[in-house]
Design a binder for this molecule. Sequence first.
Ligand SMILES: Nc1ncnc2c1ncn2[C@@H]1O[C@H](COP(=O)(O)OP(=O)(O)OP(=O)(O)O)[C@@H](O)[C@H]1O
Ligand SMILES: [Mg+2]
Length: 239
Amino acid sequence: MFPLKLSGLRFVPDGRAVLDGVDLELSGEGISVILGPNGAGKTLLLRLLASLLPADGGTIIWGDSAQPSGRLAMVFQQPMLLRMSVFTNVEFALRPQAMSAAERRLRTAEVLERVGLAHRAKDCARLLSGGERQRLALARSWAMRPRLLLLDEPTASLDPSATEAVERIIREIRTEGAKVLMTTHNLGQATRLADDIIFLADGRVQEHVPAQRFFAHPQSPAARAFLQGELPWRIAFER
Ligand SMILES: Nc1ncnc2c1ncn2[C@@H]1O[C@H](COP(=O)(O)OP(=O)(O)OP(=O)(O)O)[C@@H](O)[C@H]1O
Ligand SMILES: [Mg+2]
């Protein structure tokens, strides 16, 4: 299903072009981070890839096919959890898969252990804190062994230690062979996690470069302005 190629992707609600010709090519390895100002269309792009919305134009090609051949999972900014136990939230998500009940329970216990929620397995998921909910949502996606994991601001509103826990889980999921495509407004997180940065603004991908290069030498005026505005200090970029 890789390389994943987006060509001329458009999303134009009520005549307003939010995405106005997005071109992007993604390999099947590593962590790609989408950066861009509020309203740039980052969440939208993830939703289009997850087929949660139809595009108004352009194409998405997975390898050489119009449909992804591998599993795809998405974790939203506010994860939707079932009003059931932590354990059942993961186990339930595995039911459509060709697994025996015993295998499902084993896999569920395994991922809960790995995200540090094994001791909360019997608690109602709705009682979890924000950081714990994110870890549970990640565990649920991880359990499905996705080939592509889409994460929308996975640590928004989490404290530094919860953020670190989530970042560690994201790295592990990547190491196990999933391609990760995520958004964040946390530039520290982008520098810690990203292999490459996709900078989205004015309806298009303005830059898609290795992360180090993006932060040291942003090329587009929009990216420079974005970084200047997001950082608590002002930096002068070298050319
Ligand atoms: N289903 C939809 N129908 C119509 N307009 C939409 C839809 N989804 C998103 N939009 C609009 O598209 C624009 C981009 O939204 P999106 O949520 O993708 O931004 P974002 O880059 O994720 O911003 P943020 O950084 O604030 O999360 C917004 O103006 C939003 O109102
Ligand atoms: Mg968003």
